[in-house]
Write a protein that binds this ligand. Structure first.
Ligand code: IMP
Ligand code: MG
Length: 183
């Protein structure tokens, strides 16, 4: 597995520092709210990030899971989002939601989810991502909390996969092109 990695982009130490920093920001922002704070972990990629982040939150917090995928054309304008697993709760107006992503690429997934949760009556919806590739953006979208911006390279590890592999790596690394480019 390690031999498929070109180089480490974000190491374990930096990831932990990012989680501590974002958890402090969230704690500060929500400490006076009288609503329930709910993290929505987007399966599967953000499982590892969500788990590390929530350990550092100094607030009562709940967790929910959603699973989504993009479908349709890969061009910027026509991508659509499919929801495979939705949250079952009905008390959305009593809760502040933070949608947690592993990485933002086109921005379509989070943009869609924010609108979807707002339409269902959420008291508030914010977004948090470990990584962001702003150069790939197709829709106008900025996360509320961001670990680190990265260049346009395919990365794996700390929850991020290629073909369901590499999620268990403790760091984020650039995948060697030869692994995903047809020989
Ligand atoms: P978006 O809707 O285009 O922003 O897509 C974000 C999703 O694309 C992420 O949740 C990942 O599943 C996937 N993705 C984008 N870039 C990468 C990458 O470099 N490695 C692994 N997954 C990625
Ligand atoms: Mg994902």
């Amino acid at each position: 597995m390690l031999r498929d990695i070109d180089r480490i982009l974000v190491d374990e130490h930096e990831i932990k520092e990012i989680c501590i920093r974002i958890a402090k920001e969230i704690t500060e922002d929500y400490k006076s709210s009288d609503k329930r704070l709910v993290l929505i972990c987007i399966l599967k990629g953000s499982v590892v990030f969500t788990a590390e982040l929530m350990k550092h939150l100094c607030l009562p917090v709940e967790i929910e899971f959603m699973k989504v995928s993009s479908y349709g054309s890969q061009t910027c304008s026509s991508g659509m989002i499919n929801i495979h697993l939705d949250i079952k709760r009905e008390d959305l107006s009593d809760a502040d939601f933070i949608v947690i992503e592993d990485i933002i690429d086109s921005g379509r997934t989070l943009n869609h989810l924010v609108n979807y949760l707002a339409e269902r009556g959420a008291n508030s919806v914010k977004t948090c991502t470990l990584l962001d590739k702003p150069s790939r953006r197709c829709v106008d979208f900025t996360p509320d909390y961001c670990g680190r911006e990265i260049p346009d390279e395919f990365v794996v590890g700390f929850g991020l996969d290629y073909n369901e592999k590499y999620r268990n790596l403790p760091f984020v690394g650039v995948l060697k092109r030869e692994v995903y480019e047809t020989k």
